[in-house]
Ligand binder design. Sequence first.
Ligand code: BES
Ligand code: ZN
Ligand code: ZN
Length: 476
Amino acid sequence: MIHIKTIQKEAEMVGHQLNLVQEESEVIHKLPTLLRTNFKGKALESTYIIVNETLHLYIGVGKIEKEDKIGIKEIGAKIAKELERLNIDQCVLHTGELIERCEIGCLADLVEGLLLGDYMPKKYTNQVKEEKERTVYLAGIEVEKEEEVQSLIEEMHHVVEGVKVARDLVNAPGNHLRPGDFVKAIQNLFEGTQVEVQVFDKEMLQNMGMEALLAVGDSSVYKPSMVVLRYLGDKGNADVMGLVGKGVTCDTGGYCLKPANSMLGIKGDMAGAAAVLGAVYGLVKNQRRTNVVAALPICENRISESSLLPGDVISSYGGKTIEIVNTDAEGRLILADAVSYIVKEEKVTRILDIATLTGAVVGMLGFSIGGVLSNDEKLWSSFEKAATQAGERYLRIPYYKEHEKMVESTIADIKNAGASCCGTITAGLFIKTFAEELPWIHLDIAGTAWVDAPVFEYQSKGATGASVTTLYKLCQ
Ligand code: BES
Ligand code: ZN
Ligand code: ZN
């Protein structure tokens, strides 16, 4: 755990000193020659010297610009990693050269990276490793800016807690997070907060006619549920953002079984739901004035005598019939019911759905860019702004009538998979039909939610907490 505080005068007294150094900075010329050969102040370079038991750590920031939020977050994470490597429990961070270049606002990104860089996935071993408490004192902040910086640290701290909530849930092994465990975890997370949590269990889902969610969830003895969260922090405002997140705690593919080498990541198929939880957590902790209602369909996708089969036709909460072409395209089925529910019953004014939905998006955009579809220019532009503030990358993918045709069925109202091409588009368009005419935006995070090899310094192998910060910024 890293604590971040501001410090004014006695900075030199605290002990270890950490300097952020620009490329070609004068600071470099003052370093001993030996250090200068390996340290030029390029981004993420680091070196240190020890003088009288005090460690002076130098971390390069290169020619960083304030727009480069990812770059600044990476520097923050690098600091966290160096503190751990050198086992420094207390230090003063001289932000001077970074603030000079990037202004005070960039501290939020630095703090985000610092706190995220500290994240360690839970290990399931008998060895106990104690978590170290470390404190970083931010020096070089003008007295009149100190309050602003302190509240920015506190806000970021809660946002990052939300990211860690998402990471922990996604990293949890499938047998530790069955649908029932997931529901309990959500109830615990929001206990005693302003967020109202309502759980629809299997029986209630049957009474409501949530046929698509049940059709997938019935494949497992671990029963499906739908969790609805309501955070109404701005009651006078009629705008309500609807969030829907895919919560498949294990996706084997069903009878259209996944090959063995694609099975390892199947526990992470609830990252959409986890991202929504992380964002709502940040909103309530920071007491944001906003209204959000979330619907999270939670289930498993397995093989059993009650699983779906290709060729089946099912109904859905919204009334549309669906031809099952592929049992591995289960996410859009459960999202369809949750989207219909939130549109019809919760009276949301805009809707965002988020899911680890298609392998196609990974092929197209890799592990650092989320795929987006939207039917509304205004919502897309607010989203784009939020993503920029969050330092997360997305690409809006176009769609036309010809793509909508690809999910038309000859025997039902719609089918759950298109042809072999444009899988990300057809998956999104399937869901769009359930959003009716509302402003709608769809995020496919199948590539970004999980990294076997971290792309950025502030990630660790496994769950990334992708989209939590973007959703937070969009909803706040
Ligand atoms: N959960 C998967 C998508 C996925 C793939 C997530 C890779 C993470 C990494 C989803 O349920 C799925 O299996 N989609 C199929 C749809 C296809 C059968 C139409 C896919 O993308 O292959
Ligand atoms: Zn699937
Ligand atoms: Zn899935």
